[in-house]
Design a protein around this ligand. Structure first.
Ligand code: MN
Length: 235
């Protein structure tokens, strides 16, 4: 699967997931289904240094992410999950096994995370900047809220910037491999930006200094992807 295809799927699902009630109705929409494939990284393991080190990237992508993917595919084998978009699976995750929840979440969340990262960062696109300022008062306030959420999340999990079904942006965190698309999560929305705060995401380079990892994350955020996800989510 090409990176662009994955973005499109995530963005399309943004609108579809909260309103589609049945698996069949969504699976029949070709725009929301491309199958489950392990995504390409899109940049070299060492290209995010010094903010995220090459060894962490290599282990994270080849071992952790691939592990989630393989386990999810093993859990999905022979079931309708193979033909169901991830966003639809998440919208009904309470009906599935812990393996589908944990490994499906791990597969999807990391694919989204890699897309959020870039070695060649640009400015925040004007429209995204406008919406961030509207919903958080300033870019600084948004980053501060995200930083506090990421730093204070207890244990393993993710910090998110998402857009809710009313089109408003919000910051939240989820435990383990959950995400805001899941029906078990109280603050539901479409993720635009995710940050992995599991220790495996930073421990080799930052040891116990999660705060430094979170602050350096802003140097490698792919704002164009965040803006594209928002655009697709808002239709
Ligand atoms: Mn991870």
């Amino acid at each position: 699967m090409k990176r662009r295809d994955f973005i499109t799927v995530m963005g399309t699902a943004a609108v579809v997931a909260p309103v589609v009630g049945t698996l069949a109705s969504c699976a029949s929409n070709p725009k929301t289904f491309v199958g489950h494939e392990f995504p390409e990284l899109g940049f070299g393991f060492d290209e995010l240094e010094p903010h995220i080190d090459a060894m962490t990237m290599e282990i994270h992508y080849n071992k952790h992410h691939k592990g989630y993917f393989k386990k999810f595919m093993a859990a999905a084998e022979g079931t309708e999950l193979l033909d169901t978009p991830m966003e639809v699976i998440f919208a009904n995750i309470s009906k599935h096994s812990p393996s589908v929840r944990n490994n499906g979440g791990g597969f999807y969340n990391h694919a989204l995370f890699w897309e959020n990262l870039t070695p060649s960062q640009g400015q925040i696109p004007a429209k995204l900047n406008e919406v961030l300022v509207k919903d958080f008062d300033s870019i600084e306030n948004f980053k501060e809220k995200f930083n506090i959420t990421a730093k204070t999340h207890f244990g393993s999990g993710w910090a998110w910037l998402s857009v809710n079904p009313e089109g408003k942006l919000f910051v939240s965190s989820t435990a383990n491999q959950d995400n805001p698309l899941m029906d078990v999560i109280s603050e539901k929305g479409t993720p635009l930006l995710g940050l992995d705060v599991w220790e495996h995401a930073y421990y080799l380079n930052y040891q116990n200094q999660r705060g430094s990892y979170v602050e350096n994350f802003w140097n490698v955020v792919n704002w164009d992807i965040v803006a594209k996800r928002l655009h697709l989510a808002l239709g």
